[in-house]
Design a protein around this ligand. Structure first.
Ligand code: NDP
Length: 248
C-alpha cells in the first residue's frame, strides 16, 4: 500500500464531520497521526472512525477556531503529544446565507470569524513550529464562490475570496522555509452543510455540473492527499477547483 505520511502530524479543523472527517480518514490512511479540531467532538462512546487500522492514529480535540486561546491550547496539546506539526488543513467553515439587504451584522461576523479569522489563528499558531522545522503544508478550504460569487452568500464568498489572498500571501511569506500553502475550492459537496439545501437547489447544482453529480467528501480528500504528498513539492500559492467543472 502507498502511504507516505508516516511520522507526520496533521491538524484538520472541522475534522469531525463532512469533508473534514473524510480528510482525517484519508491522512490517517496515508500514515499520519491526525488531530481533528472541532467545535463539537464525538462523545467517548460514539463511533467516530469505524476502521480499526486507523483508529489509533486519530484524536479529536475540542476547539473553537475563532478563539485565539482555544486554538493555541489545542496546538500545544498536539505538540505535547507528537512534538511536531507537518500539515494544517484549515477546513472549518460555516454558512449564514441571506440577501445583502437582509443580512445582519451577526451573520456577516460569524462567517468571517469562522472561515477567515479561524484560518488566520490556526495558521499563526502552527507557523513558528513549521518554520523551525523548515517544512510544512498548509491547505485552506475555499469554495468556487470565492472566485465566481453567489447571490445570497456575500459573507461566505467574501470569506472564501479572503482565503485566496491569504493563501497567496502566505505562500510568498513562508516559501523560503519550505512551507507550501495552497487552496482547494470545492463546488457542491454532499455533506451536512449542504443537507439544508432544498431538493430543487441540489438538482440545479447537478444540472450545471459537467460531471452531473455532487462531489463526495472523499473527492475533496483526494485533492488534499495530493497537496500533502511529495508529488506536489513544487506547487505553492495555487487554487485548485475540485468541482466537477461547475465553475468553468
Ligand atoms: P460541515 O458543516 O459538514 O462541517 C463543518 C465542520 O466545521 C463541522 O464539523 C463544524 O463543527 C466545524 N466548525 C464550524 N465552526 C467551527 C468553529 N468555530 N471551530 C471549530 N470547528 C468549527 O461542512 P462541510 O464539510 O460541507 O464543509 C467543510 C469546508 O468545505 C467548509 O470550509 C466549507 O465552507 C467548504 N465547502 C463546502 C462545500 C459543500 O458543498 N459542502 C462547498 C465548498 C466549500 P460543528 O458541527 O461541531 O459545529
Amino acid at each position: 500500500m502507498v502511504k507516505g505520511l508516516e511520522n507526520k502530524t496533521a491538524i484538520v479543523t472541522g475534522g469531525c464531520r463532512g469533508i473534514g472527517k473524510a480528510i482525517v480518514e484519508r491522512l490517517a490512511h496515508d500514515g499520519a497521526k491526525v488531530f481533528a479540531f472541532d467545535y463539537v467532538i464525538p462523545k467517548p462512546d460514539e463511533v467516530f472512525i469505524e476502521e480499526i487500522d486507523i483508529k489509533g492514529l486519530v484524536k479529536c480535540i475540542q476547539v473553537d477556531v475563532t478563539q485565539d486561546n482555544s486554538v493555541n491550547n489545542a496546538v500545544q496539546e498536539v505538540m505535547n503529544d507528537t512534538g511536531r506539526i507537518d500539515i494544517l488543513i484549515n477546513n472549518a467553515g460555516i454558512t449564514r446565507d441571506n440577501l445583502l439587504m437582509r443580512m445582519s451584522e451577526t451573520e456577516w461576523d460569524s462567517v468571517l470569524n469562522t472561515n477567515l479569522k479561524g484560518a488566520f489563528l490556526c495558521t499563526k499558531a502552527v507557523s513558528r513550529i513549521m518554520m523551525n522545522q523548515r517544512s510544512g503544508r498548509i491547505i485552506n478550504m475555499g469554495s468556487i464562490v470565492g472566485s465566481i460569487g453567489n447571490a445570497g452568500q456575500v459573507n461566505y464568498s467574501s470569506s472564501k475570496a479572503g482565503l485566496i489572498g491569504m493563501t497567496k500571501s502566505l505562500a510568498k511569506e513562508l516559501g523560503s522555509r519550505n512551507i507550501l500553502v495552497n487552496l482547494i475550492a470545492p463546488g457542491y459537496v454532499i455533506t451536512p452543510m449542504t443537507e439544508k439545501l432544498t431538493d430543487e437547489q441540489k438538482q440545479l447544482y447537478i444540472n450545471n455540473i459537467p460531471l452531473k453529480r455532487g462531489a463526495l467528501p472523499k473527492d475533496i480528500a483526494n485533492a488534499v492527499a495530493f497537496f500533502t504528498s511529495d508529488d506536489s513539492a513544487y506547487i505553492t500559492g495555487q487554487v485548485m477547483h475540485v468541482d466537477g467543472g461547475l465553475a468553468i
